[in-house]
Structures are given as C-alpha cells and as structure tokens.
Design a protein around this ligand. Structure first.
Ligand SMILES: Nc1ncnc2c1ncn2[C@@H]1O[C@H](COP(=O)(O)OP(=O)(O)OP(=O)(O)O)[C@@H](O)[C@H]1O
Length: 391
C-alpha cells in the first residue's frame, strides 16, 4: 500500500533495525537509514511492519524497487507477517540535509589532491577503434572485482556508453544534484566494506532524445564536462573512467584541466602505429601534463574456428605506440594488452551487456579482464576513504 505524504520525525523499532540496515537506496547505494530516508518503522502486535520512507523526489523512478527491497528484508524478521510501506517525499530542507549527509558540494571531488579515486581518460587518435567498448568493459571488469566505478561518457557528440550498458532511463535530479544510473554487476561482487561492485554511468545520451544530434561547441562542451564531474553525485568511487571523444579536441583539454591527476589510456588498432594517429592522443597528455597509463591494442588477431589466427588490422602497432610514447613522455608507457577481434564483444555491445559479464570466457573478455587488473590496485593510503564520504 502506498501514499505520498510528508511523514513525521523518525521512530525505528529496534527489532527492525538490522533488516532495515540492509536496504539501500538503489541510486545512492547507501542504506536508507543512513540517508535519513526512513521516517518511521514500527512492528504492530499483529505482525504488521509499517515503514514510512521519504523519497528524494516525487515520481522517483525506483520507488517500486525500494518497496520490494523493504518488503523482502523485513519479511525475514521474526514475528513479521506483513509489510506496509508508506511513501512520502522529502521537503526542500530534508533534501538539503540529504545532500549534506552525502557530502555533495558543487566542486569536483576527483580534483582534490587527497582523492583516492583512480581516474583514467580513455583516448584514441580516431573514431571506431573500440574506445567506448574498451571503456565500458574495463569499467565492468573492475566492478566485477568488487570496485565502485564511475563512467563519464565525455564523447558528447558520439555518446554510446548508455547503449553498451543497456541503460534505458534518464538520471534522477535532486535539485541541482544529479544521480547517475547505477548498473550492478550480475552475481555478488563486493567491495571490502561489503557494498556491491557497480558501474555508475552519466552520459548526455541520458538527457537527450537519441535521434536528436547534440550540436554543442567549445564552451558548452566544457560546461557539460564540468556538470558531469561536479553536479553528478558519484559517491565514493574506486575508479573513474572518462570516454573521451576521438582525436585531440576541446573535451580532452577540458578534462585534463579539470582533472590534472587523471591518467590517459590510449586505445589503438594494431595498424595505427604507421600513421602516428594514436600517438597524437598520447602526446596531448604530455602537453597537458598528464601521464599515460598505457596503451590498449584493440581489434588484434581474431582466433578462427580452425584455431588459426587472422590479423585483419595487422599486428605490432600497440607495442610500437607504447615504445614511442615511452620515449616522448619520459616515463614508461606499457602496452597493457591486446584485445582480439571477437564477435562476442560486438554482440554483447549491441545487446547492452558488457562482454566481460555476459561472455566472461570469450577471448576479448579474458584480455579485457587482464587490462582491468593492471589499472586496479589496493585502495590508497591504508584504505582511507575519499573526502566525499559522509559522516
Ligand atoms: N575487439 C572487437 N571485436 C569485435 N568488434 C569490436 C571490437 N572492438 C570494437 N568492436 C566494435 O566496433 C564498433 C566500434 O566500437 P566503439 O563504438 O567501441 O568504438 P569507438 O572507438 O568508441 O568509436 P567512436 O569513437 O566513433 O565512438 C562497435 O560496433 C563495436 O562493437
């Protein structure tokens, strides 16, 4: 049963508290209780548990998920035979308090020198080399390792990240704070603190009609990147990946300025070395004083059904680019891996399910996982958490 009214101050029956602690807001990925979203939770003598929950906004798209999660958690409690959820909506003051609890400010948390989020901007010299597929799958592979991963689709004109994750709906806006779409890893990958691995995605494609082209130029692109990084509440991320547009344009420079500690991952095909195209993407990093974390070679030799391999796009390019960038950058730039051409990767992308999740044993998924492993690592500074973590 549901109704939308503003509810009184919280009272929580201690018998219900443990079960309530297991129920998270699906977008904020934190327990409803911690977020101040539970207004009351009582257990009547007849076994009815009644919970009053305040939604962030009326028409919250995930209200039925919240109701279902509460019901299944509370039905596990001894003596509970029935669960009634009463839904209300936060007042502007309560939303303000929520934002304070979340530590949400309108600055870029990942630019903070103390931030423990590893930030990688994924770049390529030209379009169509699989940069977005690499970004989405490396993010998905990191999440499967129990990490919380943010993906900013900074390829504003050619956005494709929502499709690669099968995201259908737009983000929720709580006043000026934007909540990214949360894609949970199938299965049960967990972080050290027990929260599930997931990918949080923001893309201009979640705000616009897919059939309408985005025709923004310089300043508007910069503003969009600023909003994605400052107004979107990603929470405490282990990794942030940015899918840059192909080439070396305004957005790459904007990202470098806003996230000076970000590292660049260069994606290229095995044939690109000859033209120097992919190297330019890496060399831009030197100009913006970023470092290059490595080179990912994509569309490498395909394994044929008879076991032979077909080098459709040649071979050796990734290694050559890595060596050349090592020389230009003045620091070692490794080739992180070689992802074969693989029908499974293309099919998974079309179906909106990253291949590392849907076909984990496919040759492309194996290579992508190895790349993710190399950019992952223990959480910095003895597990200290990021400044954006509340309380
Ligand atoms: N290793 C691979 N095997 C098979 N297909 C691939 C592989 N990598 C990418 N593709 C396919 O190639 C196409 C282009 O990939 P993707 O969109 O990831 O490239 P992109 O570099 O991000 O392109 P753009 O910069 O133009 O957005 C997609 O259809 C994708 O499924």
């Amino acid at each position: 049963m549901s109704s939308e009214t503003v509810l009184p101050q919280p009272t929580v029956d201690p018998r219900l508290r443990d079960a309530l602690n297991t129920v998270q807001d699906p977008e904020l990925q934190r327990p409803l209780l911690d977020l101040g979203m539970v207004q009351r939770a009582v257990l009547e003598a007849d076994g009815t548990a009644t919970v009053g929950v305040l939604l962030t906004i009326s028409g919250c798209p995930l209200r039925s998920t919240i109701e279902a999660d509460l019901e299944s958690a509370l039905m596990q409690v001894d003596g509970v035979h029935r669960v009634t959820v009463e839904l209300g909506v936060m007042t502007p003051e309560q939303r303000q308090e929520l934002k304070q609890r979340l530590g949400h400010t309108r600055s870029i948390p990942f630019a903070d020198p103390d931030s423990l989020t590893r930030v990688h901007a994924v770049a390529s010299g030209k379009g169509g080399v699989g940069k977005s597929s690499v970004t989405a799958n490396v993010a998905a592979a990191l999440a499967a390792r129990g990490r919380q991963v943010g993906v900013v689709d900074a390829d504003i004109h050619g956005f494709s990240i929502p499709g690669l994750f099968g995201i259908q709906r737009g983000p929720t806006k709580v006043d000026e704070m934007i909540l990214p779409a949360v894609v949970e890893v199938p299965g049960n990958a967990r972080r050290d603190n027990g929260t599930p691995g997931c990918v949080k995605v923001i893309s201009i494609g979640m705000f616009t009609d897919p059939a309408t082209p985005v025709v923004w130029r310089g300043p508007l692109l910069d503003r969009a990147i600023e909003q994605f990084l400052a107004d979107v509440h990603f929470g405490d991320l282990d990794h942030l990946l940015l899918d840059l547009p192909p080439g070396t344009g305004d957005v790459a420079i904007s990202v470098a300025q806003k996230l000076p500690h970000s590292k660049v991952l260069v994606v290229s095909t095995p044939q690109q070395a000859a033209t120097g195209i992919a190297e330019r993407a890496g060399t831009l990093a030197a100009m913006t004083e970023q470092s290059v974390a490595g080179v990912v070679e994509n569309m490498a030799a395909m394994v044929m059904p008879d076991g032979s391999s077909l080098e459709l796009f040649g071979s050796g390019g990734g290694q050559q680019i890595a060596e050349s960038l090592t020389e230009r950058m003045g620091h070692p730039v490794p080739k992180l891996g070689s992802i074969p051409l693989d029908v499974a990767l293309r099919q998974a992308g079309d179906a909106g399910a990253p291949v590392v999740w849907s076909e984990p044993d496919s040759p492309a998924a194996v290579a992508l996982r190895e790349i993710a492993e190399q950019i992952d690592g223990p959480r910095g500074l003895a597990g200290m958490s990021l400044g954006v973590t509340p309380r």
